[in-house]
Design a binder for this molecule. Structure first.
Ligand SMILES: *Cc1c(COP(=O)(O)O)cnc(C)c1O
Length: 361
């Protein structure tokens, strides 16, 4: 189905000077630099989605009573655009992000956006900001679509007005020196309970993860691990990444999607690639105690976290109130590296895409 909403482009009257842009693209970091334009689409109860514009990147004027500022009615997505060697621009499974965006919207009582319009908004932004790709090795243009409740009303009910917005941020390697193995802290806080919003990509989940994250940093760790809310026994995920475990018998395991875990697109893609590698893929619960026992016995040989931003990150060390152990040699394992290479080479167009994952814009 084609996108049915017409976009109007309002070019930036004073785009970033070429030299300034080149400097930013040579050393973009992550989430600090933004391209010259953004997409905004309004929604209201009577008009539905309307007024789709590609406009200069600028602050969003908002009424102080806008619902998002009070009750956190907000969702977001994160995906990357890649510049392939032949000069073309590629997205990775953008329709999966569009579907998840709508699943999140439904959980937060927000309107859904036609998937074609979601993908078209990306095409429209890349059409004007195609010269914002980083020039560094491993760089990409990180895309951040999000939706906020803009209705000015302090009563508690789903808002009647929303804005969908898309911004783009050139990004270097998430970790400066490739992917170092990370150390993770097992939190006593929980991220998501059954029936909650754990499977939705909403800002509120992240707000609640910041105290545990701060705690992890203060204790010298890089990331926080959350266990299930009911028994505090089963491994769920990190603050913003899914987890995988690799065993010495050729099994790879990841926690199942039971509603409290964010259904990562990287997770789903790696499951497919692992099956193709002939691994025995298991989506079953795994307890923290078992993880420690398996790491100590040598049965567990590798563990890694995955997500769009950092792609695949090996886990070297795990510490919590009741556990303290290291994994393998403490560095990235062979299979972790192999799966990472397979995925990134498809995304970057250096390996043929046999899955129909790559979408050229
Ligand atoms: C976005 C996100 C992930 C990873 O999802 P990808 O689609 O692979 O980027 C994992 N966990 C949480 C909590 C997330 O918000």
């Amino acid at each position: 189905m084609a996108n049915e909403i017409a976009f109007t482009t309002l070019p930036h009257p004073a785009p970033t000077p070429a030299a300034e842009r080149a400097a930013a693209l040579a050393n973009p970091g992550f989430g600090m630099v933004y391209s010259d334009h953004m997409v905004v689409i309004d929604w209201s109860e009577d008009k539905g989605w309307h007024n789709a514009v590609v406009c200069p990147f600028a602050p969003i004027p908002m009424h102080p009573a806008s619902a998002v500022l009070h009750y956190a009615q907000e969702i977001f997505e994160g995906l990357k655009a890649y510049r392939h060697a032949d000069g073309s621009i590629a997205l990775f499974r953008p329709e999966a992000n569009a579907q998840r965006f709508n699943a999140s919207a439904e959980r937060l009582a927000m309107p859904t956006l036609p998937e074609e319009t979601f993908v078209e908004s990306i095409r429209q932004l890349l059409a004007v900001d195609g010269d914002w790709f980083p020039t560094v090795e491993g760089g990409s243009l990180y895309l951040r679509p999000f939706m906020i409740a803009t209705e000015a009303f302090l009563g508690v009910r789903p808002a009647k007005e929303y804005k969908y917005i898309l911004i783009a941020s050139p990004a270097g390697n998430y970790f400066k020196s490739g992917a170092p193995a990370v150390s993770i802290w097992v939190s006593d806080y929980t991220r998501a309970a059954p029936g909650g919003t754990g499977a939705a990509k909403c800002g509120g989940n992240y707000a609640a993860s910041l105290v545990p994250t701060k705690e992890a940093f203060a204790l010298g760790h890089d990331q926080v691990l959350f266990l299930d809310a009911a028994e505090h026994k089963w491994i769920e995920e990190l603050g913003g990444m899914n987890l995988f475990f690799v065993f010495d018998d050729g099994t790879i395991r990841t926690p199942p999607l039971t509603g409290t875990i964010l259904p990562g697109i990287t997770r789903d893609s790696l499951l497919a690639l692992a099956r193709e590698e002939g691994l025995d893929v298991v989506e079953e619960p795994y307890s923290l105690d078992q993880w420690e026992a398996d790491a100590q016995s040598g049965k567990l040989v590798e563990a890694f976290a995955c997500g769009t931003a950092a792609v695949v990150t090996p886990v070297a060390k795990v510490e919590g109130r009741k556990v303290n152990f290291t994994i393998g040699s403490g560095g990235p394992g062979q299979l972790t590296q192999k799966l990472k290479d397979r995925l990134t080479s498809i995304q970057r167009g250096t390996h043929p895409d046999q899955h129909g994952w790559v979408v050229k814009v």
